[in-house]
Design a protein around this ligand. Structure first.
Ligand code: NDP
Length: 483
């Protein structure tokens, strides 16, 4: 682990095996962190912020460090890409995209660090009043396994740009690219203690970060159940929280949509990264008049998706991230069958010579809104198709979950597209496309999909406190008390 500028073993001397999900083989043994390790990292981050002067480092110097880190990621892009595929299983071309995006995320926030963030305010008094943004302090950052490097970038880049110090906890399943990132962070010259990377179980290391009174903010991406636990743990010192949680996002296709485009993005929406995406278009809402024809075209193409080892150049969809997760997704397929939905394709494992946790792209039709496969986040390559009669019906069905992360609409009627998007209770929306994500725009959800926003200027602001400064321009006693 990387704590206080050094690589250390876990204080209990324990290790955890890391597995390649495409083969089931152990590919690495990494340090297993304990509560003591988490506390040591918090102490280091605290000292770096309170005493060692990171808070006084100028925005320009922070920007230069972040630019250098972006360059270093690009210089090592090949190795990082291969590590990501090895550890997470995603196809090389997806990993390549993630690595490039991670570098750009650091670059975006490097640029933002030096831009103006304050305000001057006219108040009804002889006062010069202005508002400045300052770092929150020590930030605990807990990330999942579906985009290991990219999620590290989404967390570290805005926090460091704003002048905070960080303790990052990667998922125990996919720690390798974050460890490589720690090498680059060290090499480009971040002072000791500014970034700390602690491995270990979420319930131990993550919980310690969320509970600690020395941590000023906790930022989390992951499942809603864990998000709730983190929110509860954070109450002790009322630390700031931002949560990016799950989704069950609707992808709405009207009869007047460009058919081929809509089929293509429906596939991409649910099967990219094997459906292990918080914003996956896991509910496909089809206008009744095109339902049968659309499903036929979709099933035909889903069956042709090449599932296999991410290192194989032809692979389009990799394995699920772990045996445990594969079994969870399979349980949902069983639930769908028991609930009476029609399995149109998939639903079974794909045999690959190397072994591994492969599942075929799976599509259910004849669903009802109350079914668990329609309401709950499966986080795998499983699509629930729903049918709607008209615009009102589409909106009603689209909003009928506890989640509100993302949603899309496909139609050639631009006014209708805007009407539907306006009614969608979701933080990320698309018209005639699915999934594009930009470092420049805010990412986060309504309802139980989370609290706060990442990326863009919004993501930066989440890592700042706001301070008003009032300068009295008429310096004389107030005269309020006469005695
Ligand atoms: P979790 O939400 O449990 O894991 C995400 C991160 O939180 C990991 O680093 C994990 O650590 C950590 N964590 C776990 N428990 C705690 C805790 N009590 N306190 C602090 N941190 C904790 O996701 P899972 O891997 O268990 O996946 C479960 C479901 O969550 C998925 O099936 C999917 O539905 C959803 N999910 C959503 C994601 C999203 O992007 N919105 C991403 C991943 C999952 P560790 O794993 O190392 O123990």
């Amino acid at each position: 682990m990387y704590v206080d500028g050094e690589w250390v073993n876990g204080s209990a001397g324990e290790v955890r095996e890391v597995v390649n999900p495409a083969t089931g083989e152990v590919i690495a043994r990494v340090a297993e962190g304990t509560e003591d390790d988490a506390r040591a990292a918090i102490r280091a981050a605290r000292r770096a912020f309170d005493e060692d002067g990171w808070a006084e480092v100028t925005a320009l110097e922070r920007a230069q460090l972040l630019f250098r880190l972006a360059d270093a990621i690009e210089e090592h892009a090949d190795l990082l890409t291969r590590l990501e595929t090895l550890d997470n299983g995603k196809p090389l071309r997806e990993a390549q995209f993630d690595v490039a995006d991670a570098a750009n995320c650091f670059r975006y926030y490097a640029g933002l660090a030096t831009k103006p963030h304050g305000q001057a305010v006219n108040v009804p008094a002889p006062s010069q009043t202005f508002v400045v943004r300052e770092p929150v302090g020590v930030c605990g950052q807990i990330i999942p396994w579906n985009y290991p490097l990219l999620m590290a970038a989404w967390k570290l880049a805005p926090a460091l740009a704003a002048g905070n110090t960080c303790i990052l906890k990667p998922s125990e399943i996919t720690p390798l690219s974050a460890l490589m990132l720690s090498r680059l962070i060290h090499e480009v010259g971040f002072p000791r203690g500014v970034v700390n990377i602690v491995l270990g179980a979420g319930a131990v290391v993550g919980q310690t970060l969320a509970e600690s009174h020395d941590v000023d903010k906790i930022a989390f991406t992951g499942g809603t159940v864990t998000g709730r636990k983190i929110m509860q743990a954070a109450t002790g010192n009322l630390k700031k929280i931002s949560l990016e949680l799950g989704g069950k996002s609707p992808n709405i296709v009207f009869a007047d949509a460009d058919f081929e485009t809509a089929v293509d993005y429906a596939l991409f929406g649910i099967f990219a990264n094997a459906g292990q995406v918080c914003s996956a278009g896991s509910r496909l809402l089809l206008e009744a008049s095109i339902h049968d024809q659309f499903v036929e075209a979709l099933v035909d193409r889903a069956k042709k998706i090449r599932v296999g080892d991410g290192f194989h150049p032809d692979t389009e969809m990799g394995p699920l991230v772990s045996q445990q997760h594969l079994e969870k997704v399979e349980r949902y397929i069983q639930i769908g069958l028991e609930e009476g939905a029609t399995l149109r394709c998939g639903g079974e494992r794909v045999r690959v010579d190397s072994g591994g946790y492969f599942l075929a792209p799976t599509i259910f039709t004849n669903t009802r809104p109350d079914m668990r496969i329609v309401q709950e986040e499966i986080f795998g390559p499983v699509l629930a198709v729903q049918k709607f009669e008209d615009e009102r019906d589409a909106i009603r069905l689209a909003n009928d979950t506890v989640y509100g992360l993302a949603g899309a609409v496909f139609t050639s009627d631009i006014a209708k597209a805007h009407r539907v998007i306006q009614k969608l209770r979701a933080g990320i929306t698309w018209m005639n496309t699915y999934h594009p994500t930009y470092n420049e725009t805010p990412w986060g959800g309504y309802k139980q999909s989370g609290i706060g926003r990442e990326l863009g200027t919004f993501g930066f602001e989440e890592y700042t406190e706001v301070k008003q400064i009032n300068v009295n321009l008429a310096v004389k006693p107030s005269g309020w008390f006469r005695g």
